[in-house]
Design a protein around this ligand. Structure first.
Ligand code: NAD
Ligand code: DAU
Length: 360
């Protein structure tokens, strides 16, 4: 059954954490450029290596009354408390996280701090605002469910079996959010989504990494046998799903979000090579597939993820709009068009801009 649509006008001062990252910046753009949100967004971001204010430079310029940026670490409870009070925050959409599995294997500490302690801080502050606080939406991942065999799909009531420090830290944060609903009646919703791709993704993740390496004629590292499967979702579809859940979801509930687009990693890498060969052939005339290099596998590498999002489709009426092939072509074209953005990431120029602007 479809849920009643709650009026988004209810949310006046929406705190978005991690809004300078990949999905958070797409989400802020979606809300401010869309017609179904009339409130103000307070974007809190620590600006780690993954946070890039350039992702929202036009938004800051075009929506000066409705967009506020605060450089802050969600682990700093006192600072976060001040921000909640200053801007009379009545809802949170929580994206901020350390998000890259490989980094969590090399150096897990910041994942524990940001993903667990940071989430705990936000929940405590929201809890203290009982009465005026309307919604805490927690953005999470399908990786909390662990790894699937060749068949089957993740459902909302699957047991949690996280396999990497990243997914374990996200699992802990999911449990905290749910516990604050059960114990303190904090109004929460949770979403667990599959792999995103699209504009503004930091090029450490598979798809942008392969696009930029292929363009530079560098090798394309494929972990293990390349047959690990992910279920891919175009980022704007994810943003729409989150906004649907925030508006129509039932408090205390978890919703899975997926793309119905399972794909082996090697197939994705080959597809990107072929798209690039077609729209931007290599100067030396070589096929990009020649750059593919099978490398040592990721430790604990989950074999397959695939999402069943029947609950979100049947109860709230959401389904993805973009097919994987059209979304991938759009993404490749976006990276080809964004020469300055790419150059700033590669040279670290945006990090220098942050240092000049914010003094660290
Ligand atoms: P990202 O790494 O691109 O962005 C994370 C943002 O959080 C950055 O702007 C960073 O500066 C900020 N941040 C990090 N630590 C912070 C802190 N202590 N205080 C304040 N800000 C901090 O990540 P993403 O891919 O956009 O993912 C966003 C969220 O979505 C994460 O919670 C992630 O677990 C979840 N998610 C991601 C995917 C995916 O495929 N990328 C899929 C499902 C769920
Ligand atoms: O499933 C949702 C998750 O998807 C999110 O929670 C994470 O934040 C996000 O990073 C993503 O995690 P993955 O580990 O699946 O994404 P990544 O892009 O790092 O890797 C995708 C697949 O490609 C994975 O099987 C590992 C493989 N891979 C990755 C890289 C970076 C390669 O084969 N070579 C590479 O160089």
């Amino acid at each position: 059954m479809m849920a009643d649509k709650r009026s988004s006008a209810e949310l006046e001062n929406l705190l978005v954490t991690g809004g300078c990252g990949f999905i958070g910046s797409n989400f802020i753009r979606r809300l401010l450029e869309g017609a179904d949100f009339t409130g103000r967004i307070i974007n809190v971001d620590k600006l780690t290596y993954a946070g890039n204010p350039e992702n929202l430079a036009d938004i800051a310029k075009n929506f000066p009354q409705r967009y506020v940026f605060q450089k802050a670490d969600i682990c700093d409870a006192a600072l976060m408390e001040n921000i909640f009070q200053k801007y009379e925050v009545d809802a949170v959409c929580h994206f901020a996280a350390e998000s890259h599995v490989d980094r969590s294997i090399k150096n897990p500490e910041s994942f524990i701090q940001t993903n667990i302690v940071g989430t705990f801080n936000l929940l405590e502050i929201a809890k203290a605002r009982a009465g005026q606080f309307k919604l805490f939406h927690h953005v999470s991942t399908d990786e909390v469910y662990g790894s699937l065999g060749p068949t089957g799909l993740f459902l909302e009531d699957n047991p949690y079996r996280p396999n990497s420090p990243y997914s374990a830290s996200k699992a802990a944060s999911d449990h905290l959010v749910r516990a604050y609903y059960k114990t303190f009646d904090l109004p929460v919703t949770i979403s667990n989504c599959s792999n995103n791709y699209g504009p503004y993704q930091f090029p450490e993740k598979l798809i942008p990494l392969v696009i930029l390496n292929a363009l530079a004629g560098k090798s394309l590292p494929v972990y293990g046998d390349g047959k690990n499967v992910r279920d891919w979702l175009y980022v704007t579809d994810h943003c729409d799903a989150i906004w649907t859940i925030m508006n129509c979801g039932k408090k205390g509930e978890t919703y899975n979000i997926g793309g119905n687009a399972e794909m082996e990693n090697i197939k994705i890498v080959e597809l990107i090579c072929d798209i690039l060969d077609e729209i931007s052939p290599a100067g030396n005339g070589n096929a990009r597939r020649e750059l593919i290099a099978f490398v040592k596998d990721r430790p604990g590498h989950d074999r397959r993820y695939a999402i069943d999002f029947t609950k979100l489709r049947q109860e709230l009426g959401w389904k993805p709009q973009e097919s994987f092939l059209t979304g991938l072509k759009k993404t490749v074209q976006w990276y080809l068009n964004q020469k300055k953005w790419v150059e700033n990431i590669k040279t670290g120029a945006y990090q220098k801009w942050i240092a000049d602007q914010y003094g660290n």
